[in-house]
Design a protein around this ligand. Structure first.
Ligand code: TXA
Ligand code: MG
Length: 317
């Protein structure tokens, strides 16, 4: 029979989480909601399980993964931790902030997760399902976004199954995610020096919020791909996209914002948090639509609008 090719659908209740944890303990792959996007989780101490993430996604092996922890104690065992990391965790964890730190030596984290870098990316997500899974699996979980590499990130179980059906063991369906954009990634540098830091990926936690905790960043804009996943072709809906559109052409699927009403509208009231939460769903709808091109209304680059415009530029580029 072909049932072995089916991806199990699990509820976020005790039974579903226990089943997901048992699949993970045995080295399987489970898509799990977080507050940002759905992640594709595997235990971070199992080389075969981690290898399955890369092959299910078709992800290049030079692109490192984020390791998800359930608390600061777990994080401290995996990385060199300093006062800055402690201050960030106190302010933003659990939540949509990933912290890149020098990796601790002698841990059982699979080296492929770091893709040869001396650093490790850590995040403590604010979602009951993901949190419960890390606790029940009993180990940190590596989890990239749960989509085939290069496709639009998933904010629902249906989005996950669009590209990963049959390629992963299970998906925990807990409805649409709350934030809708991948976590902010900050790298802490210069451990024994002046304490420089870099924003590697804008996200729900804004640069201004980071400056308030860390002080001014060292203003280094690395052109080198420090977060190798930050390649231009990311988040692509597979159609030409026009940004800053005040209206749509007849052959364009219009994504609206504020008083520009589209075929899908990010936020009619101009609320940027709502727009962030809806962005990937609108891109999924635009990708699936019969219209061959996409136009997107202007979105102001303030607050989480910076991250929205970052993703839109990548999707258009
Ligand atoms: O919100 C999120 O961050 C979601 C959920 C599932 O947690 N995850 C996510 O993972 O967006 P992914 O794989 O799509 O993006 C991870 C990013 C990549 O751009 C990768 O290059 C970067 O994290 N990254 C991982 N380890 C790194 C490191 N040591 N140094 C710099 N960047 C790193
Ligand atoms: Mg991704």
């Amino acid at each position: 029979m072909c049932s072995k090719n089916l991806t199990e659908r699990l509820d976020p209740n005790a039974t579903g989480i226990a089943r997901a944890a048992s699949i993970l303990r045995e080295g399987g792959l489970v898509a799990v909601p977080t507050e940002t996007v759905y992640g594709l989780a595997a235990r971070a101490d199992n080389a075969e399980a981690v290898a399955k993430i890369f092959s299910a996604k078709g992800r290049p092996d030079f692109n490192p993964l984020i390791v998800h922890v359930c608390d600061v104690e777990m994080a401290q065992r995996l990385a060199q931790w300093d006062e800055r990391a402690a201050a960030l965790a106190a302010q933003f964890w659990p939540g949509p902030l990933t912290i890149v730190l020098p990796a601790a030596e002698g841990t059982n984290i699979v080296p492929a997760i770091m893709a040869g870098l001396p650093t490790i990316a850590l995040r403590c997500p604010a979602h009951r399902a993901m949190h419960a899974l890390i606790e029940q699996a009993g180990v940190p979980l590596a989890a990239p976004s749960a989509n085939r590499s290069g496709f639009v990130s998933p904010t629902s179980a249906a989005h996950v199954l669009e590209t990963l059906e049959g390629r992963i063991d299970a998906v925990v369906d807990d409805g649409p995610t709350e934030r809708g954009l991948e976590s902010t990634i900050v790298a802490l540098r210069d451990f024994r020096g002046a304490g420089g830091w870099q924003l590697l990926r804008p996200g729900p936690v804004t640069r201004e919020q980071l400056v308030a905790v860390l002080g001014k960043d060292d203003a280094v804009t690395t052109q080198a791909i420090e977060a190798p996943g930050q390649l231009a072709s990311h988040y692509a809906p597979g159609k030409p996209m026009r940004l800053g559109a005040r209206h749509g052409e007849p052959d364009e699927f219009l994504i609206g914002f504020g008083n520009i009403t589209g075929d899908c509208t990010l936020s009619a009231s101009g609320n940027l948090e709502e727009a962030a939460a809806r962005l990937y769903d609108c891109l999924h709808q635009a990708a699936a639509d019969r219209l061959p091109r996409i136009a997107v209304a202007p979105v102001p680059s303030v607050g989480v609008g910076v991250a929205i415009n970052d993703r839109l530029k990548r999707a258009a580029g």
